[in-house]
Design a protein around this ligand. Sequence first.
Ligand code: F6P
Length: 371
Amino acid sequence: MSEKLQPGDRVALLTSGGDAPGMNAALRAAAKVGVSMGLEVVGVEDGYVGLMAGRIVALDLRALDDASRRGGTILGSARSKVFPTAEGQAKAREVIARERLAGLVVIGGNGSLTGARTLRDAEGARGKLRVGGLPASIDNDLACTTMAIGVDTAMNTIVEACDRIADTASAHRRTFVVEVMGRDCGYLAMTAGVAAGADAVLVPEIGKSEDSIVEQAVSMMVDAYTKNTGKRRVLIIKAEGVKIDSASLRERIELQVKEQLNDVDTRVTVLGHVVRGGTPSAFDRLLGARLAHAAMRAVFDGDTDFMAGWIGPGAMPSEATGTRLCAYDPYVVLTGLEAVLRETDKLMKGESAVAQWRRRIFAEIEPILAR
Ligand code: F6P
């Protein structure tokens, strides 16, 4: 733990990477908590791109009140290729020193938190910069938090879209392949699929071949439309991490199903960026606010190089990752960024306990959904 910050110290907020609904609610809470502790809270425009360019702006609490009800991020976001380079790092460090920043709170996903970690030894106004992170990514592909900001809204958006699609699909006795975002992670597709009552969910964690996916779809269609199951549609959700083009998947399903069934159609809907925008759910607003509250208090108290994660009731500290209970909120835990990034890497490689549990449960759910 470093020295505590003092009233009047400057802490900057930055959003980076793919925006996520709830980022604005997190910004609003961070600004208000900071101000109430006597800090000067400023914003960085457009993520690390703006940090390197010194685009530090005052925050308007009324504008944040308004923005907290909206998706996106009022500060803007970016994916920077320059920031990780030596030149980019030097620029960012120069701005941190020049702007007399004592702390920085980064709201974003894996890449953004990797960036945050590189700045933990930047010289700030009160010795080393205090750096805190908040997990925000609709993909839910970060470790050391059960939910990232944005996941709940994205899930609700997918469910709403699937409900609409199910109406028209049932009317026509059609099969729909609905492709959803999630990068290399199937969490969003699977959870939304269960909630929407999908008949199958294709996720990268299961790693099926294209042939077996086509076979599965065809046999589901034959079962649904010929075996008196009462089904009038087949809804297949495909995570974008399953690297098969949805249009060619449809062509192959149609070709094969024609051998057994007449008069059934397959359609594709790619939800794309629709999933990332929109009004944040109450849960995402609250999650953003609670994580931001904990992070700002921790930074104020001299904590650094950590992420505030959401564990929910019965939070469990972990010796393996150094995850510790958070003094400011019993549903929040603080984990060092090094452990967060290491565990996230294991999660994405399928090596962590969470990854193994997800793969097992995804496989178990599959035959149940098809019934
Ligand atoms: O990480 C969030 C995410 O929306 C992913 O689901 C998706 O693969 C990616 O970002 C899309 O990024 P971009 O908006 O840069 O195309």
